[in-house]
Ligand binder design. Structure first.
Ligand SMILES: *Cc1c(COP(=O)(O)O)cnc(C)c1O
Length: 398
């Protein structure tokens, strides 16, 4: 068939050339293997330092087996949104299991971490007299949830409790509901939210604290239960968001909270009501992942050992790894062109680390973002480090 041409969309070509001028236009990297420590990306075998597969579960035999069995029992897709007939027994089992894992009365499953944040913020803050206060480095889905809510919105400088207090001091009076939202682990910098201090502020102003633990689940706290568990605050933090798309290695999102939260979301959350649930096979893989988290803490230990080694060696070489305290280790470059070049040179050396530039991070904070997994061997790490040394020197970064 002849390929269609649509002059009405020519404005997109102009937008693309703008992206090009800013050095922001780039092709998608294509993975042709499972998400492995050494993967084939764009046809080349490289050490993969850009996956959220923290614990190597994305290709784990138990998760694959669980998915296959579930396909046989439940078929492939839900063929309905959850409130119609898209809720299968395995979805309810996963919700119950997630609640037990997180230590909360209930958990509610949604399509993704993104839609979960939107669902909770938009549903709870549906009045002009509501107030949302959010860390400036929170995930885009929290920002979008805020935009879709009716709340008055304020952003506080990253991890700055004093500024958070001042915002509440000035704006809390006369509001109906107040919510403070923070990532547990920040996705670009790998630093951790000061939850005990944020909680104190939340209590002082009678605000609900919501923590997005997308990068913390499977990573932080005993058995990877997340940052509230890491700080011993599970009982005090009423809303924990999680994703099933990172360390849990499947796809989906959930909120671990109360039974009432679940029922309200079932009735009112647009991203619950109007988009289909993850398929049963995905839920089955998640259940298998939770089994592994609960029975194989050695994976999490290996992850941290690898992360600490890798970060320590990068620092010794003289790289700026920012404020990272977790396996997310940025290597700050501070320039878009240089960050792209760095990514390209590393790739030629057999290492994949994604460059991240404005607007995902602030100008001047352009970087490569690395995440090692529990499944990288010492040899992988050494090889990656020598590629960083070679290319970092060539670029004058160290
Ligand atoms: C990745 C991420 C999400 C989105 O999760 P998905 O399941 O991929 O939609 C939400 N919040 C944070 C902090 C994240 O890092």
């Amino acid at each position: 068939m002849k390929t269609a041409v649509y002059p009405a969309l020519d404005f997109l070509k102009e937008e693309l050339s703008l992206l090009e001028q800013e050095g922001r236009r780039k092709p998608l990297r294509i993975l042709s293997t499972a998400q492995l420590p050494v993967s084939i990306i764009d046809g080349k075998e490289v050490i993969n330092l850009s996956s959220n597969n923290y614990l190597g579960l994305a290709a784990h035999p138990k998760l694959k087996e669980a998915a296959k069995k579930a396909v046989d029992q439940y078929g492939v897709g839900p063929a309905a949104v959850r409130p119609i007939i898209g809720t299968q027994t395995i979805h309810k089992r996963l919700e119950e299991r997630l609640a037990r894992f997180k230590g909360t009365p209930a958990a509610t499953l949604l399509t993704s971490g993104f839609t979960t944040n939107v669902a909770v913020v938009q549903t709870l803050l549906d009045n002009e007299n509501d107030l949302l206060v959010s860390d400036e480095l929170n995930h885009a889905s929290i920002i979008d949830g805020g935009r879709l809510s009716r709340a008055k919105r304020f952003v506080y400088p990253h991890r700055n409790i004093k500024a958070l207090e001042e915002i509440l001091e000035k704006n809390a009076a006369g509001t109906r509901r107040r919510m403070i939202v923070t990532d547990g682990v920040f996705s670009m910098d790998g630093d951790v939210a000061p939850l005990p201090e944020i909680l104190k502020t939340a209590e002082k102003f009678d605000a609900v604290l919501m923590v997005d633990d997308a990068h913390a689940t499977g990573v932080m706290g005993p058995n990877g239960r997340g940052t509230p568990s890491h700080f011993g605050l599970t009982e005090k933090i009423p809303i924990q968001i999680g994703t099933l798309s990172k360390a849990v290695a499947a796809v989906g999102g959930y909120v671990a909270s109360t039974k009432e939260m679940q029922e309200i979301l079932y009735h009112k959350a647009r991203p619950f009501l109007f988009t289909s649930s993850p398929p049963a096979s995905v839920a089955a893989s998640c259940l298998a992942a939770l089994d592994i988290l609960e029975t194989e803490p050695s994976r999490i230990e290996r992850l941290w050992k690898n992360a600490e080694f890798f970060k320590g060696e990068l620092k010794k070489m003289g790289f700026d790894t920012g404020a990272s305290e977790t396996p997310i280790t940025p290597v700050i470059v501070g320039d878009t062109d240089k960050a792209r070049k760095f990514e390209g040179m590393l790739f030629a050396e057999g290492v994949f680390a994604l460059s991240i530039v404005f607007p995902t991070v602030a100008r001047g904070r352009e970087r490569l973002r690395t995440i090692v997994s529990s499944e990288h061997t010492q040899e992988h790490l050494n090889q990656a480090l020598s590629a960083f040394r070679k290319t970092g020197r060539a670029l004058g970064l160290i």
